[in-house]
Design a protein around this ligand. Structure first.
Ligand SMILES: [Mn+2]
Length: 309
């Protein structure tokens, strides 16, 4: 497969929830060798450093039910603008930062896709559907809201105007195992594909993901991948504030990434929720970089070399 150009964008966004630490994510990926890995696979890579909102929000106290709304809005604007710029001639890799960053990355890429007259699909790899609205959120934490925002739910009037909402049918969620009752009731009424851990236990990932990717290809779609650390089981990826036992195994996660590479469809990706403060000697950062390597073409063998398969 042809070599590609990847743009690394550090997004030290840490205001989508109260617990701090995701601001260190981009530098943990750099320390874990993300640039060297992409380079070693023969791709072009440029690290654009860390971005920040236009206005400083340092030491701003929060007085409303929604945690740091203004700061989140400023980030979303900035991320969306960068996304639209970088996706023009590269595959942006958004190194988070918490999952609130996806409100910016997905809305930016979807605005670009609309102008390019191509449908945008989203593969959501997460323990949670992140489908809360500002009204339904009990915690007030905006990292639980990006999918509701970028699908155009009501209640995001204060957020930047959404140029191109993602249609429900264009979303596949994989790995769900922590779904609040509001989200459960809402998602059951919608045509978002939700593959939970029970389904993965019984039938595996290959079939639904394969069908999804085949469809994206059929309609010449763009594909944004959003990988939350908590998609993985906390035993292999402990550095996340929202651990939920029973997540994807290391091989299930690599299979997803290897299938993404084989499909040659991924046009942008988020790596989110890594909190290096909670990590065990860089274990989670290294796992995330390894997973990205599989999505970018690292493989064990190029073909099966056995008389028995
Ligand atoms: Mn998430």
């Amino acid at each position: 497969m042809a070599n590609k150009k990847y743009s690394l964008i550090g997004v030290p966004l840490d205001c989508g929830k109260i617990a701090n630490g995701c601001l260190m994510g981009p530098d943990a990926y750099r320390t874990a060798g993300i640039v060297e890995m992409i380079d070693a696979l023969g791709h072009e890579v440029e690290d654009f450093g860390n971005i920040c909102p236009e206005k400083s929000f340092k030491n701003k106290k929060n007085f409303s039910k929604i945690y740091k709304l203004d700061e989140n809005i400023a980030w979303i604007k900035k991320i969306s603008a960068i996304a639209q710029d970088k996706v023009l001639n590269s595959i942006p890799v958004f190194m988070g930062g918490d999952h609130a960053l996806s409100s910016g990355s997905v809305s930016g890429i979807s605005a670009f896709a609309k102008r390019a007259n191509r449908p945008l699909f989203v593969l959501w790899l997460d323990a949670h559907p992140d489908f809360h609205t500002l009204k339904s959120s009990l915690s007030g934490n905006l990292h639980g809201t990006p999918v509701a925002y970028f699908t155009g739910q009501l209640g995001f009037e204060k957020f930047p105007h959404l140029e191109a909402p993602i249609p429900y049918e264009n979303i596949l969620m994989l790995g769900l195992r922590s779904v609040d009752s509001f989200e459960k009731h809402t998602l059951q009424e919608l045509s978002i594909s939700t593959i939970d851990m029970r389904y993965i236990d019984e039938f595996g990932i290959k079939d639904p993901l394969g069908k999804f990717l085949a469809h994206v290809k059929d309609v010449n779609g763009m594909l944004h991948v959003s990988l939350d650390v908590d998609f993985l089981d906390p035993i292999i990826a402990p550095a996340v504030g929202t651990t939920v036992p029973g997540g994807a195994t290391i091989r299930e996660a690599h299979l997803v990434m290897e299938m993404l590479h084989d499909s040659d469809l991924m046009t942008s990706i988020d790596l989110v929720e890594l909190n290096p403060f909670l990590d065990n000697k860089g274990q989670t950062a290294l796992v995330m970089v390894d997973l990205l390597a599989s999505a970018l073409g690292r493989r064990i063998f190029d073909k099966s070399n056995s008389s028995y398969v």
